[in-house]
Design a protein around this ligand. Sequence first.
Ligand SMILES: Nc1ncnc2c1ncn2[C@@H]1O[C@H](COP(=O)(O)OP(=O)(O)O)[C@@H](O)[C@H]1O
Ligand SMILES: O=C(O)C1=C[C@@H](OP(=O)(O)O)[C@@H](O)[C@H](O)C1
Ligand SMILES: [Mg+2]
Length: 191
Amino acid sequence: MDGRDTRAQALALKKTVVLVGMMGAGKTAVGKALATALRVPFRDSDAEIESAANMSIAEIFERDGEPFFRARETQIISRLLDGPPAVLSTGGGAYMRAENRDMITRRGVAVWLDAALPVLWNRVRHKSTRPLLRTPDPHATLRDIYEARVPVYRLADLTVTSETGRSVEDMAARVIEMLKARPDVLADEEI
Ligand SMILES: Nc1ncnc2c1ncn2[C@@H]1O[C@H](COP(=O)(O)OP(=O)(O)O)[C@@H](O)[C@H]1O
Ligand SMILES: O=C(O)C1=C[C@@H](OP(=O)(O)O)[C@@H](O)[C@H](O)C1
Ligand SMILES: [Mg+2]
């Protein structure tokens, strides 16, 4: 031994980080960046449902209805929470179900990506991928969903706000900063 200290520190994720929040909050985009930064797998419950069914979310809603989609969503989230620590982006409605909230709280940590209604609207208005917004007045629908859901998202363990000008990477970095205050979730370990 030459006496040099070769030990290094690395962030170790202990629990799955579950991103919750409205459509357009950035759960999918920030989740990918967060998983890359933490060097853990990235999972998206919508993508898992789509690949298992070989259909888009919109097609599943149309063919099988929302209750079928919600049942699949609960199954997928439960299965993914059984796996090794990862970043799991959920669909905007997932956190509304008490059963989902309970398992997320017990087996992971819920991070609410909070964004103001105008920001959300700007991000989702030109996309046709979200079946809940296929209404005569999608802006009013988004507002109604937002008002109904925000009190529930507030139950999440942590909140990160998508302020104007905060990029996807900035959001991921902010999530990491908040997780560092939770050594039961993210610990600086010697490697
Ligand atoms: N912080 C951000 N800054 C700029 N664009 C963003 C940000 N977060 C998300 N977006 C963009 O907004 C759109 C919706 O994001 P997405 O990750 O699909 O949201 P969610 O999964 O929460 O519905 C995407 O085009 C995404 O690239
Ligand atoms: O808010 C919702 O109920 C939904 C949000 C969507 O996911 P994103 O939040 O990723 O857009 C998708 O799960 C489905 O269209 C229903
Ligand atoms: Mg998404």
